[in-house]
Every structure is written in C-alpha cells, then in structure tokens.
Design a protein around this ligand. Structure first.
Ligand code: DAT
Ligand code: MG
Length: 151
C-alpha cells in the first residue's frame, strides 16, 4: 500500500543527552506525519519482546538493560515509504559506520548507545506500534502542509 507506518524511538541515551527535540525535528522537517508521541518508562517484558529476534545474541541482556535504563520517547510515524526512509535518516547500526548527516552518524560513537530505533520492515513497523502504543494513542489527522510536500 501507499502509506506505511514506522515505530521510531529515542533510546534512553538520547533522552539523557537532551536530543529528543533534535531527533523528532529531523523527521518533522523531512515531512513525515507524526501520529503518536509519548515519554515512556519501558517494562522489561516489553523490551524483551521488542528485541525478541535478537534473543540468542551475546549482547541481548545488555541491550535489554540499556533500553529499560531510563525513559524513552515513543514516536509513531506514517507516510509513503516511511520505513526505509526513516532507516536512512537514522543510519547504520554502529554509529561509527553511520554516514555523516544521519542521526547515528552525527550523534553517536558506540553501537551499544546508538540513540534511536527505527523499524526495519513495514511488517515490523505495525508489530512494534502494536507493542508500544494503545490504539487510542495513535491519532489520525489531516496534515495541512500535504499540498506543499506532495505533488
Ligand atoms: P538496528 O537497531 O540498526 O535495527 P539491530 O536490529 O541489528 O540494529 O540491533 C538492535 C540493537 O541491538 C542495535 O540498535 C544496537 C544493538 N546491537 C546490535 N548489534 C550489536 C553488537 N554487535 N553489539 C552490541 N549491541 C548491538
Ligand atoms: Mg533492528
């Protein structure tokens, strides 16, 4: 379909470093539509489920501990091609390999403190939004700049 949804999250290091506005701003300026937003303290079970695919990785325990170590900012975005485009804006998993201009490339130095999450497929976008948001926390609204963004 035309419109996709992505789950983006400012991780605890990004919140602690005061980067919330900077990160949201990058998606706003790009033109993607915000449909959900909250500051959130993550329950351990939710962090474990979110990263369930990585359960066998040696860094899984540390990853879960990091994600629950402080508040995160949960961001729901909608738009055509949002999933792949958000991943491009975020940059490579290891900030040292991430291109300048990307969030991780500009704002991080360690794979274990990479500032932000973004869904890796449209299916995972929907799965993750279902994990992190209640239905009534996702708002459908008319974005009045649309004619200035899309021909
Ligand atoms: P991404 O967040 O780019 O989708 P991923 O899904 O492969 O990357 O991994 C999820 C997170 O796990 C990642 O953001 C940081 C952490 N991680 C990945 N590989 C790691 C590694 N080799 N050592 C430590 N943490 C790692
Ligand atoms: Mg991933």
């Amino acid at each position: 379909g035309e419109s996709e949804r992505s789950y983006v999250m400012v991780k605890p290091d990004g919140v602690q470093r005061g980067l919330v506005g900077e990160i949201i701003s990058r998606f706003e300026r790009k033109g993607f539509q915000l449909i959900g937003l909250k500051l959130f303290k993550t329950p351990k079970e939710l962090a474990e489920e979110h990263y369930g695919e990585l359960k066998e990785k040696p860094f899984y325990g540390k990853l879960v501990a990091y994600i629950i170590s402080g508040p995160v900012v949960c961001i729901a975005l909608e738009g055509p091609g949002i999933v792949a485009s958000a991943r491009k804006l975020i940059g490579a998993t290891n900030p040292l390999n991430a291109e300048p201009g990307t969030i991780r490339g500009d704002l991080g130095i360690d794979v274990g403190r990479n500032v932000v999450h973004g869904s890796d497929s449209p299916e995972n976008g929907l799965r993750e939004l279902g994990l992190w948001f209640d239905d009534d926390e996702l708002i459908q609204w008319d974005q009045h700049m649309t004619p200035w963004l899309k021909e």
